[in-house]
Design a binder for this molecule. Structure first.
Ligand code: OGA
Ligand code: NI
Length: 352
C-alpha cells in the first residue's frame, strides 16, 4: 500500500501547442509537506527519511536530512527500509494472534523482573496517580538471533520463524541508519565501529486493549517516557495513539503506511552531547479499537562509552556529559526510576 496520491491538474505544465503531449503529470502527495530544512513532513508533523537514498549519489544530502530530523524533531518516519510488506503484515499478524491467546497461555511468560531474558509485562494501576497503564507487552532479545531464538514462545506456531525474520530484517535496516546518523553527527570511523561492533537488539510486541468509555480519562497505553536506547524503530499498526512532546505540546504521530517510526533515545542524546534530544512520548488508547505496535530497541553493549566522543568536543562545544558506560547508565536508571532522559543528568560534567 502506498499513501494516497492526489493528481494535481497544474496548468503551468500545460503543453504549448505542438509540444510533446506526453509530459508526465505532476503528482503531489497531499499528506506530505516540506519544512524549512527541506524535509518532507508526513501529515505536516514528522519528517520522512528514505533509507534507500543513503545508497548512491543522494547519500550526503540524506545524511543532512537525517541530522535535521534528529536535531529538530527527534522522531521521523523511515520509508524504503527494505522490510517487505509481507513481513510487516506477518509480524503484526503473529503479534495479534499472540495477544489473542487465552490469558493463562500468555501468562506463562509473565515476569516482573526487567532483567529476564524474555518476559510478558502486563497493565497495572498506579494508585498514587490514580491512572491505569493498559499496555501488555512481550519483550525479548533479538540479536544475535541464534543466541535467543530458543527462548521465544512456540505458540503461535509461526512465532519463531516470522519474528526471527523480522528481527534480522530490522537489524539490516538499523545498521546503515545508525552509521548515517553517526556520520551526520561528525563521528569518526573508530567511534562508530566501537558502537556498531557490539550493539544489541531488544524487541517488544506491544498490545493496547480497547478501553471502556468510562475509564478513558484515567487510562494510558503508556505514560510519557523516553527510551533508554540509541534509536528505537517502531512498526505501528494503522490505529493512531502515539504522541510526542514537541515544542511544549503532545503531537500525534499519524501512522504512515509501510513506514517505521524511528526515534532518538537517551543513549544517542548522550553520544551526541545533547545535540539530539530523547523526547517524551506516550500512547493514548480509545474505546473502539485495539492497537498493536512492534518495537525494535537498539541499545549499546554494556561497555560502550555513552559520553560524547572526543571529535564532537571543542572550545565551541564543550563536553556536557562525562565519559560513562551504558552499564553505569542502566544501573542508575533502574535505581532512579525516572521515566525520562533526566536520568542522564547525573552523568553531566557539572552534575548538580
Ligand atoms: C515504546 C513506545 C510506542 C507505541 O515501546 O517505548 O514508546 O506506539 N511505544 O507502541
Ligand atoms: Ni517509547
Amino acid at each position: 500500500m502506498s499513501p494516497s496520491k492526489t493528481l494535481v491538474a497544474d496548468d503551468h505544465l500545460e503543453s504549448p501547442a505542438g509540444a510533446n503531449k506526453t509530459i508526465p503529470p505532476t503528482y503531489t502527495d497531499s499528506k506530505v509537506h516540506t519544512d524549512r530544512y527541506g524535509l518532507e513532513l508526513w501529515e505536516g508533523s514528522f519528517p520522512v527519511i528514505d533509507l534507500e537514498a543513503l545508497r548512491g549519489p543522494s547519500r550526503s544530502d540524506t545524511i543532512k536530512k537525517l541530522d535535521h530530523a534528529c536535531r529538530h524533531y527527534g522522531f521521523f518516519m523511515l520509508k524504503n527500509h527494505g522490510i517487505s510488506e509481507t513481513l510487516l503484515n506477518g509480524i503484526m499478524g503473529v503479534a495479534r494472534e499472540f495477544f489473542h491467546l487465552p490469558e493463562e497461555e500468555r501468562m506463562k511468560l509473565y515476569s516482573p523482573d526487567p532483567t529476564s531474558i524474555i518476559r510478558l509485562a502486563i497493565g497495572f494501576k498506579d494508585d498514587k496517580q490514580d491512572v491505569f497503564v493498559s499496555r501488555e507487552s512481550l519483550k525479548f532479545h533479538g540479536h544475535p538471533l541464534e543466541k535467543f531464538v530458543n527462548t521465544w514462545p512456540t505458540n503461535p506456531s509461526s512465532f519463531r520463524e516470522i519474528v526471527g525474520e523480522y528481527c534480522v530484517a530490522a537489524k539490516r535496516a538499523e545498521i546503515p541508519l545508525l552509521e548515517a546518523v553517526f556520520e551526520g553527527l561528525g563521528m569518526e570511523r573508530e567511534s562508530i565501529d566501537q558502537i556498531l561492533d557490539k550493539h544489541g537488539q531488544y524487541a517488544s510486541l506491544n498490545y493496547y486493549p480497547v478501553c471502556e468509555e468510562s475509564n478513558l480519562e484515567r487510562t494510558f497505553g503508556l505514560r510519557g517516557h523516553t527510551d533508554p536506547t540509541i534509536l528505537t524503530m517502531l512498526l505501528p499498526d494503522e490505529v493512531p495513539g502515539l504522541e510526542v512532546l514537541l515544542n511544549g505540546e503532545y503531537l500525534p504521530v499519524k501512522p504512515m503506511p509501510n513506514a517505521l517510526v524511528v526515534n532518538v533515545g537517551d543513549a544517542l542524546q548522550g553520544l551526541s552531547n545533547l545535540q539530539y534530544k530523547s523526547l517524551l512520548h506516550r500512547v493514548i488508547v480509545n474505546s473502539e479499537t485495539e492497537r498493536l505496535s512492534i518495537a525494535s530497541y537498539c541499545y549499546p553493549s554494556n561497555d560502550t562509552h555513552m559520553g560524547p566522543p572526543k571529535e564532537l568536543i571543542n572550545d565551541d562545544h564543550p563536553a556536557i556529559y562525562r565519559d560513562f558506560t551504558y552499564e553505569e547508565f542502566y544501573t542508575t536508571m533502574w535505581k532512579q526510576r525516572r521515566p525520562d532522559a533526566t536520568r542522564l543528568d547525573s552523568f553531566k560534567v557539572f552534575a548538580a
